[in-house]
Design a protein around this ligand. Structure first.
Ligand code: Z5A
Length: 212
């Protein structure tokens, strides 16, 4: 059986993650692959309920930074056990709109939490599973602001100050500098150009061998 592959798309708000996840899924399906798409926070019933708490204060009060972290990790644990691991075991491809690098960028670089601790907690939540490939869609902070402006009421993260978003964006770049798993792709040109760069980064995974 062909081996399942796990690809995550990461980046700041409005970078084009949802757009390119949909396009990539379509292209992989055209290659005859079974593709499961998902998102974080969310992707399961529990995860979607937690998403409403995390983004829109659905519980009636904002979580503390520690509670926020644990809620993201709870979403991830549920998603891993219920969706990602079973799909990979069936030999499917899984594409996720955000995954562990968002925790490192937002809670680590953004909120100032200890990265080593975050890595350990993330390992616990995922049983040490990692994406085979992570696409970091990168846009300047100013462009991110323009793209998210006018989309209706901003969520709890969009309301954060500019310096928080600057630390997050720099954090993503720093993570990419230190990991071969993460491919940084400029998402500032046309959608077509970015889609081609995404495909060029993913194609080698298609060519890698089958399970022995
Ligand atoms: N978060 C966290 O703190 N810790 C964690 O562990 C996790 C998450 C997992 C989830 O929001 C929030 O949770 C997030 C981080 C935090 N914070 N925020 N905000 P989300 O992922 O649901 O929200 P988002 O990042 O704001 O998603 P988004 O705004 O939908 O962004 P996107 O998916 O990257 O972009 P898009 O929907 O594809 O839209 C891009 C727009 O740009 C669209 O209008 C395009 O027409 C336009 N555009 C222009 N040029 C391009 C190119 N070249 N490519 C693509 N799109 C383009």
């Amino acid at each position: 059986m062909a081996r399942g592959r796990f690809v995550s798309l990461e980046g700041p708000e409005g970078a084009g993650k949802s757009t390119h996840l949909a396009r990539l899924a379509e292209r992989l399906r055209a290659e005859g692959l079974t593709v499961r798409t998902t998102r974080e926070p969310g992707g399961t019933k529990l995860g979607e309920a937690i998403r409403a708490i995390l983004q829109h204060d659905a519980a009636g009060e904002p979580p503390t930074p520690t509670a926020e972290l644990l809620l993201f990790l709870a979403c991830r644990a549920q998603l891993m056990d219920e969706v990602i691991r079973p799909a990979l075991d069936r030999g499917e491809w899984v594409l996720s709109d955000r995954f562990c690098d968002s925790t490192f960028a937002y809670q680590g670089y953004g909120r100032g939490m200890d990265l080593a601790e975050l890595r350990a907690l993330n390992r616990f939540a995922t049983h040490a599973a990692k994406p085979d490939l992570t696409l970091l869609l990168d846009i300047p902070e100013a462009e991110s602001r323009v793209r998210v402006a006018g989309r209706g009421a901003p969520d709890r993260f969009e309301r954060e100050r500019a310096d928080f978003h600057r630390r997050v964006a720099e954090g993503f770049r720093d993570l990419a500098r230190h990991s071969h798993r993460i491919v940084r792709i400029a998402s500032t040109g046309t959608t077509e150009a970015t889609a081609e760069a995404v495909w060029a980064a993913v194609r080698p995974l298609l060519q890698e061998g089958e399970r022995p």
